[in-house]
Write a protein that binds this ligand. Structure first.
Ligand SMILES: NC(=O)c1ccc[n+]([C@@H]2O[C@H](COP(=O)([O-])OP(=O)(O)OC[C@H]3O[C@@H](n4cnc5c(N)ncnc54)[C@H](OP(=O)(O)O)[C@@H]3O)[C@@H](O)[C@H]2O)c1
Length: 331
């Protein structure tokens, strides 16, 4: 059986005995083990129209597929899978999942869906905060995610929610990166204070992205100064819940300003809402849907450029203000 490729340093670190016991080896899909592995910088993503550059120069598709609801039972599995396949075929070649989503079932479903095309997909997953207490617990989570996703590397590995003790997290992420098990790491739900705390830690500035709640109906990331801070540091953001999530979706998609901009461009309101989150060129947007029709509408966001008049109209309807939520504490 072929072992998945680990870097020399990773191999030495794990040791051959540990490697033999590793769940990675048990998984070891032959397709991955034998294929040449382009670095994340050189990967190609068929059909992808827009990219965001990570700090190390890696290009990530600017529009991805949110995976929270995948395998949740909201839609029959075949329907959800068809939606994901549609997104991938239309260039939405970044997938966003997490170990906690549907208790690992989201990662496993994505694993099946990207099998055979791993090198054309940018995989983002997250370690749950309660599992981010030590280097070993993070390593365990990472290895389980790799197994579930059917891959031997993660393109971007995120800390899902802030934890009190950040240095062990940074150390663990840096070690996993050195071993080639992850190619970049980042955080999620970090406000400016937490980002500054992270940047003050040795290695903390290697953070490649911060995934936060961001949409026309929740512009808190702007109101608390995070969007400006990230722009100054050239740190990409990932916009989660870009359609407003839950009840926010209806409010957003039925707002006349959004409908008017959509009519002007001949697209759906959802296309406009998602394109708005991506307007700076440094935000990756990850809308979720279990329906192929919605996915097609969402995919068009990567082709839509909103002009000044559009942005002014949307600004008027949705001023940037802080909405107290789980995402961001008040400044
Ligand atoms: N890091 C974090 O802490 C965190 C937190 C939350 C979410 N996320 C990530 O962000 C992703 C997206 O967030 P989200 O699911 O909260 O919110 P969202 O993408 O803003 O909204 C999803 C909702 O929008 C609907 N929708 C999607 N496309 C549509 C369209 N074209 N027309 C009409 N309705 C449409 C979906 O309906 P259907 O269900 O009917 O398809 C679903 O109910 C998640 O899947 C997850 O990957 C991360």
């Amino acid at each position: 059986m072929n072992a998945p490729k680990l870097s020399r340093r990773g191999f030495v670190r794990l040791g051959s005995a540990a490697l033999l016991a590793s769940p990675l080896l048990k998984f070891a899909p032959a397709a991955f083990a034998n294929s040449p592995r382009p670095s994340s910088r050189k990967k190609s993503y068929p059909g992808t129209k827009k990219f965001v550059k990570l700090p190390d120069g890696t290009r990530a598709p600017a529009l991805g597929i949110g995976g929270w609801q995948l395998a949740s039972g909201r839609y029959p599995m075949e329907e959800s899978e068809e939606a994901v396949r549609t997104g991938l075929s239309l260039g939405m070649r970044l997938i966003d999942t997490a170990e906690i989503y549907q208790n690992g079932n989201s990662e496993q479903a994505f694993g099946r869906l990207i099998a055979g095309q791993r090198e054309q997909v940018f995989v983002v997953t997250k370690v749950d905060a309660p599992n981010a207490t030590s280097e070993q617990s993070i390593r365990n989570s990472c290895e389980r995610s790799l197994r579930y996703l059917g891959t031997d590397y993660i393109d971007l590995y995120l800390l899902h929610w802030p934890v009190a003790d950040l240095p062990p997290v940074v150390n663990a992420f840096e070690a996993l990166k050195a071993e080639g098990l992850i190619r970049n790491w980042g955080v999620s739900n970090f406000d400016v204070r937490l980002m500054e705390e992270l940047y003050a830690i040795p290695g903390g500035k290697n953070c490649a992205a911060n995934q936060v709640r961001y949409s026309l109906v929740d512009r808190s990331a702007e109101a608390v100064g995070l969007v400006d801070w990230a722009a100054r540091k050239r740190l990409p953001l990932m916009a989660y819940s870009p359609l407003g999530s839950g009840g926010g979706v209806k409010t957003l998609l039925q707002t006349p300003a959004v409908i008017e901009v959509a009519a002007k461009h001949g697209v759906s309101a959802s296309t406009v809402a998602i394109a708005w989150t991506m307007r700076s060129g440094s935000v990756i947007s990850i809308p979720a849907t279990g329906r192929a029709k919605y996915m097609s509408e969402n995919a068009r966001a990567a082709e839509l450029t909103l002009d000044k008049a559009d942005l002014a109209k949307l600004d008027g309807a949705f001023p940037a203000r802080h909405i107290p939520s789980r995402g961001f504490p008040a400044r």
